[in-house]
Design a protein around this ligand. Structure first.
Ligand code: ADP
Ligand code: GLC
Length: 472
C-alpha cells in the first residue's frame, strides 16, 4: 500500500513544532509494518537540503490563475530517513529558508498541492491513500474530487490528520482563481464563514479525519476556532489517535545532544549531571527545583501568562525554585520574558535551538505547560521519557497523557484553567513534591517507564488505511 504523506514539516528536514516530529517519525513505523509511506514536502533551503543529495525525478508546469509556473520534484537519494522523501521546488516561490509566515504563503501552499497532484497524474504514480497533515494540504481532498484536471484521482481515499485546528489556511474568494477549473456546483464545499477555508474544506471532503489525541477529537466540537459546528456535523468521520515518540531521537540513554546520557536505573545521577551542566551555562542555582517551559510563545500555549507566573513565583517562593524558558513567538511575550530580571533563579533563551531543548528535557525537574489548546503535545511526552515531571493544564492531549500524582499510578501535576492562579498553585505543589526526594525518585522511574511509542499508534493508522482500501 502506497501512502503519500503531504505536510509542511518533517524532522529533520524542516521543523517548527510537533508536526515536524510526527511526520518525521510516523512514516518510519509505517514502513517497518510494510506500508510504502512516502513524505512529500515543499522544498526549503535549510541545512538538511544543503547537506544531502537529491535527484530530480520530475519537471512539470502548472498554473496559479493566469500565471504559469515551473516545478521540480526532487527525491532524497539515499533514503537516509528510512522512508522516501520528495521535495517540491518552485524557483522564486518554494525554495526559501523559512517554513511559514511569508506574505504569499497562500500561493505557496496552493502551488505545492497542485504540483503534487500534477506530478501524480502526469507520471501515473500509484497512490493508495493521500494522507494530508493540517491545512497546508487541505485542498487535496477537494481537488481530486472536483477539479476536472485531477479527475483520474477522484477515487483515492484521503485521510486528514488535524494537528492543530487553530490554523485553518484561510483565503479570500478573490484567490479562487488560483485553483484549477472545478465543478462550480461544488464551490460551497470550499467556503466557511465567507472565505475559502482549507481546513474546513478538508474536513468536509476527506474520507476520514484523525486528531492527534482522542480528547482533542471531542474538544473540537466545542472549541475549534469557529469550526465547532462543522466538527459536530462531521463527527462520524473522526478518529482520535495519540502521537508517539521516536526513540531514535528521544532517548536519554543514546541522545547525542546531551552532556550526560542516562537510563531509568541511572536517572538520579544522570539528571543531576545534566542539571549541573545546564545551570552552569545559564547561571542558575542547581540545588533548587528547575522548572522549564519549552515552546512557541503564543496564546495557544498560555505563554502570555508565563512572565506573570514566573515573577510572582520568584517573589513568593524566593529562593525555592528556578525557571528556564526556551521559546520564540509573539514579540510582546518575548519582551516580557526578557524584562524579568535575570538571576540565579531565572533565565531564558529566545529562539529555536533543537540541542538546547534536549538538554533542558534532561536537566529540568519539571516542565510547565499552561496550554489553552493542546491537540496532543509532545513536550510532556519527551519530558516523561527524560524523567521530568509535567505540570500541565488539563486539556486535549495533556489530559489524555498525564495522570495527576494524587491519582492511582499518577506521575504529573494537572491544573484546571489557564490562569496564573491555577498555574502558581500547581507550581507550589511541585515545590513541595521536590522536597520529598523518595517520591520524586519514584515518579521519575514511573515516568521513564511509560510507553508512548509509535508502534501502537502506527498500527491504528494502518487499520484505518486498510478499512478505506477494502471499502473500494
Ligand atoms: P506544537 O507543535 O504545538 O508547537 P508540540 O508539543 O507538539 O507543540 O511540539 C513542540 C516541538 O517543538 C517539540 O519537539 C519541542 O521540543 C519543540 N520546540 C518548541 N519550541 C522550541 C524551541 N524554541 N527550540 C527547540 N525546540 C522547540
Ligand atoms: C500541533 C499541536 C500539538 C501536537 C503537534 C503534533 O502543533 O499544537 O499539540 O502535539 O501538532 O501532532
Amino acid at each position: 500500500m502506497t501512502v503519500f504523506n503531504l505536510s509542511a514539516e518533517c524532522y529533520p528536514v524542516a521543523k517548527v513544532g510537533g508536526l515536524g516530529d510526527v511526520v518525521g517519525a510516523l512514516p518510519k513505523y509505517l514502513v517497518s509494518e510494510g506500508i510504502d509511506a512516502k513524505v512529500i514536502l515543499p522544498f526549503y533551503d535549510k541545512i538538511f537540503t544543503q547537506t544531502h543529495t537529491f535527484e530530480s525525478v520530475f519537471k512539470g508546469q502548472s498554473n496559479l490563475g493566469d500565471q504559469s509556473f515551473a516545478f521540480e520534484v526532487l527525491k532524497e537519494s539515499t533514503n537516509v530517513l528510512s522512508f522516501e522523501l520528495y521535495l517540491i521546488k518552485i524557483p522564486g516561490l518554494i525554495d526559501r529558508t523559512e517554513v511559514y509566515c511569508y506574505p504569499d504563503e497562500i500561493k505557496q501552499f496552493i502551488a505545492y498541492q497542485i504540483s503534487v497532484l500534477e506530478w501524480v497524474i502526469t507520471q501515473n504514480i500509484k497512490v493508495d491513500i493521500f494522507h494530508c497533515h493540517d491545512h497546508h494540504s487541505g485542498l487535496v481532498p477537494f481537488l481530486i474530487q472536483y477539479a476536472t484536471r485531477f479527475d483520474s484521482l477522484r477515487d483515492i481515499p484521503t485521510v486528514l490528520t488535524i494537528h492543530n485546528a487553530q490554523y485553518q489556511g484561510w483565503l479570500g474568494w478573490d484567490k479562487f482563481n488560483y485553483l484549477p477549473n472545478i465543478d462550480v456546483s461544488k464551490t460551497g464545499l470550499l467556503d466557511w464563514a465567507g472565505c475559502i477555508n482549507s481546513l474546513a474544506t478538508a474536513v468536509k471532503c476527506c474520507t476520514r479525519y484523525t486528531t492527534v489525541s482522542p480528547g482533542y477529537l471531542q474538544e473540537l466540537k466545542t472549541n475549534s476556532n469557529g469550526l465547532e459546528h462543522l466538527f459536530y456535523m462531521e463527527q462520524q468521520k473522526g478518529l482520535g489517535i495519540i502521537n508517539g515518540i521516536d526513540p531514535d531521537v528521544w532517548n536519554p540513554n543514546t541522545d547525542t545532544m546531551l552532556a550526560h546520557n542516562y537510563s531509568i536505573t541511572t536517572v538520579k545521577k544522570g539528571k543531576e549531571n545534566n542539571k549541573k551542566a545546564l545551570c552552569t551555562q545559564f547561571g542558575l542555582d542547581d540545588s533548587k527545583p528547575l522548572i522549564t517551559f519549552i515552546g512557541r510563545l503564543v496564546l495557544e500555549k498560555g505563554a502570555d501568562i508565563l512572565p506573570y507566573i514566573i515573577s510572582t513565583c520568584l517573589e513568593h517562593y524566593k529562593s525555592e525554585v528556578s525557571f528556564l524558558v526556551l521559546g520564540s513567538g509573539e514579540k510582546y511575550i518575548e519582551e516580557a520574558l526578557s524584562n524579568i530580571s535575570i538571576s540565579h533563579h531565572y533565565n531564558f533563551f529566545i529562539g529555536y535551538d533543537e540541542q538546547l531543548s534536549h538538554r533542558i528535557y534532561a536537566a529540568a525537574d519539571f516542565i510547565l505547560m499552561p496550554s489553552r489548546v493542546e491537540p496532543c503535545g509532545l513536550n510532556q511526552l519527551y519530558a516523561l521519557k527524560y524523567g521530568t515531571i509535567p505540570i500541565v493544564r488539563s486539556t486535549g492531549g495533556l489530559k489524555d497523557t498525564v495522570i495527576d500524582v494524587e491519582e492511582n499510578n499518577g506521575y504529573g501535576i494537572l491544573f484546571e484553567n489557564t490562569t496564573p492562579e491555577d498555574a502558581i498553585q500547581a507550581i507550589a505543589k511541585a515545590i513541595t513534591l521536590y522536597k520529598n526526594t523518595k517520591k520524586i525518585a519514584a515518579l521519575r522511574k514511573i515516568a521513564m517507564g511509560l510507553n508512548f511509542s509509535w508502534n501502537q499508534s502506527a498500527k491504528q493508522y494502518i487499520q484505518l488505511y486498510n478499512s478505506l482500501i477494502t471499502k473500494l
